[in-house]
Write a protein that binds this ligand. Structure first.
Ligand code: NAP
Length: 313
């Protein structure tokens, strides 16, 4: 397979890049001074694209690659891939489900604890020597608080199981009601937000879920409510979130993802009821290796005419 051209769209795990290089003829799009010239010059050699949560195969890229057969994404989210165009052209698509579920769910619980127990603020309190002058103020309890989950898929369910272990009643909003008796289903997100203390966003990003957390949802969650977003930045109307936090209309927010990453609204930097992560929900050594192995095994399967491991299309 060493003559098969595979295009990586951006730097990813070094292990993935090295293993791709061992198996295929690897092209690195970010090396090109002009990406258009690069694509024009190599378009007949590239048969596979490897993207991630930030860089995917959009319609322009797909149109520029007439020999493209497969897009293997180093992510579970598919929002950066033009799936309609892939279907039209018969291009296969794979992602990396399941292997990252535990880490992202852990990150959601970590953010929730960090907000309620003010872990980052406490850490700063100790490091700055303030503890020598006074005790830290009281924080808020997590165990037993009601948790609402937007999108009870793989990650949403893993978050629910963790929160259940903290004694939290679980409710959710998804496209479909699940046969899980102890989780309460709401058929709209405003009702969910009105009836929980912590709202965790874990759904897929699509045209329907863009800005699913808008002013109405934030106001339903209210001044004591906590918003956690480990889905995608555009799930939340960010200017509305910022003003709600600045005006005290929302109790706090734990955010792993943002609308225009790596740009983060600077008004959030001074707020102690906010914890900000640089989109690291699945970024552990163990999980990133497992994701890279899935990308590699999907590509190998495709070019050996074997069934794909995690096909989307
Ligand atoms: P999944 O199993 O496919 O779950 C997606 C969920 O989204 C499903 O529950 C689905 O509802 C729900 N959904 C889709 N469209 C909806 C709509 N219009 N309204 C309400 N709910 C809707 O995917 P997953 O593996 O759990 O991953 C979920 C998302 O997490 C990914 O798409 C990705 O964006 C994000 N993610 C983030 C990180 C990070 O680093 N922060 C890492 C990995 C993934 P139904 O159950 O009713 O179909």
């Amino acid at each position: 397979m060493d003559r098969i051209g595979v295009l990586m769209l951006c730097p990813m795990l070094t292990y993935l890049e090295e293993e791709l290089k061992k198996r295929f003829k690897l092209y690195r799009l970010w090396d090109a001074s002009s990406q258009n010239d690069f694509l024009r010059g190599n378009c007949d050699s590239i048969r596979a694209v490897v993207g991630n949560a930030a860089f995917g195969a959009d319609s322009e890229l797909i149109e520029s690659l007439p020999k493209l057969e497969i897009v293997s994404s180093y992510s579970v989210g598919l929002d950066k891939i033009d799936l309609v165009k892939c279907r039209e052209r018969g291009i296969r698509v794979t992602n990396t489900p399941d292997v990252l579920t535990d880490d992202v769910a852990d990150a959601a619980i970590g953010l929730t604890l960090a907000i309620l127990r003010r872990i980052c603020v406490c850490d700063q309190f100790v490091r700055s020597g303030l503890w020598k002058n006074r005790d830290f103020e009281l924080t808020a309890k997590f165990s037993g608080k009601s948790v609402g989950i937007v999108g009870l898929g793989r990650i949403g369910t893993a978050i629910a199981k963790r929160a259940e272990a903290f004694g939290c009643p679980i409710s959710y909003y998804s496209r479909s009601k699940k046969p899980i008796a102890n989780f309460k289903f709401y058929s709209n997100i405003v009702d969910l937000a009105s009836n929980c203390q912590i709202l965790i966003v874990a759904c897929a990003l699509t045209e329907e879920t863009r800005h699913i957390v808008n002013r109405e949802v934030i106001d339903a969650l209210g001044p004591k409510g906590i918003l956690i977003n480990i889905g995608r930045g555009p799930h939340v109307d960010e200017p509305e979130l910022v003003s709600a936090l600045l005006e005290g209309r929302l109790g706090g927010a734990g955010l792993d993802v943002f609308e225009k990453e790596p740009e983060v609204p600077e008004q959030l930097f001074g707020l102690k009821n906010v914890v900000l992560l640089p989109h690291v929900g699945s970024d552990t050594v163990e999980t990133c290796k497992a994701m890279a192995d899935l990308v590699l095994r999907n590509l190998e399967a495709h070019f050996l005419n074997k069934p794909l491991l995690t096909p989307v299309i």
